[in-house]
Design a protein around this ligand. Structure first.
Ligand code: TXA
Ligand code: MG
Length: 289
């Protein structure tokens, strides 16, 4: 378990079926859900995937950072087929966190790393979240404190000239569109291209109510901006969405106590910039399981 700038990852050798099988088992993760392969730089990424001009320019501009690129997979490369769920594509990411970078340098090989939580539960942004979710399955956690982005990487699939947004994340849609000079495609078909996009995901144990201005007695209320004195926690008093993103999973972890509260209520979060990804996570967390 190691920190990245987004969330803590449960790392393993991307070439080893045995290591990957351990990860799937520890998380209770369905084996059809492929893992992200972490590498040190674009050069290393090109050993595993085909980068066209668009993919390369995205990588050059946004790596290292919270962007995952899904590109056609190089079949001859030495990657565990279990890790990529047998797909013709591979998800690649160069994390910017100094500990993740140091680990990749020391290991000198690709590392698969899903978020270090049980499948379907809130992603970990602090070491104790990992222990609380994975328990004995997390014997070794590298403590890098709280992660500073707080939401998983944004996932883009590059297919010929098209760039498709598979998962909202720490890099906002606007930032990517501004760089590309065009709108991203999003998936409207019923296909689940990134299984992390299942409706119910990132869920706390307590029921979650969204867009709440008036919390009920017993509910733990998470505010945003200058608002309610009844709030237990405030995602950002200054209405800073980046700060809110970094706080979100931490707050959900801290308040997820069915013995103390009847539910968690969250104030409205503006749907702009990184706020879109925050709303995406909240909606999935609130979806019926
Ligand atoms: O920020 C992050 O991306 C974190 C840190 C640890 O790097 N990792 C992370 O991994 O969020 P995970 O396993 O929780 O989410 C990976 C997502 C899943 O939704 C998976 O379906 C998708 O990436 N994915 C992986 N390979 C894919 C592929 N070839 N095509 C489409 N989606 C893919
Ligand atoms: Mg995850």
């Amino acid at each position: 378990m190691f920190p990245t700038e987004t969330v803590y990852g449960l790392g393993g050798d991307a070439r080893s079926d045995r290591s990957v099988a351990h990860i799937f088992a520890a998380k209770n993760r369905p084996s059809f859900n492929p893992l992200i392969v972490h590498i040190l730089n674009l050069e290393a990424a090109e050993e595993f995937g085909f980068f066209n001009e668009t993919a390369r320019s995205l990588a050059q501009y946004f790596w290292p950072g919270p962007l995952t690129l899904v590109v056609p997979r190089k079949k001859e490369a030495n990657l565990s087929l279990l890790a990529v769920a047998g797909l013709d594509t591979v998800a690649l990411r160069v994390p910017s966190h100094p500990i993740a970078q140091a680990l990749l340098k020391a290991f000198d090989n690709p590392i698969v790393a899903p978020s270090a939580n049980k499948s379907g539960y809130i992603s970990p942004t602090e070491p104790w979240h990992v222990e609380a979710s994975l328990g004995k399955e997390a014997p070794f956690v590298i403590d890098g404190g709280r992660t500073y982005r707080g939401l998983e990487s944004t996932i883009l699939q590059v297919m010929d000239e098209d760039v498709i947004l598979l998962r909202h994340g720490a890099l906002s849609q606007e930032e990517v569109e501004e760089f590309l000079g065009k709108k991203l495609k999003t998936h409207s078909s019923g296909d689940i291209n990134a299984p992390g996009q299942l409706t119910s995901h990132y869920s706390p144990r307590l029921p979650l109510r969204l867009n709440v201005l008036d919390p009920q007695p017993g509910e733990a209320f998470i505010a945003f901006g200058q608002m309610d004195h009844r709030a237990i926690l405030n995602l950002s008093v200054e209405s800073n969405l980046q700060e809110a993103a970094a706080n979100l999973f931490s707050f959900l972890h801290s308040l997820d106590h069915p013995d103390l509260y009847t539910g968690i209520a969250v104030a409205p979060i503006p749907k702009v910039g990184i706020g879109v990804a925050i709303n995406d996570r909240l909606q999935r967390a609130a979806a019926p399981k």
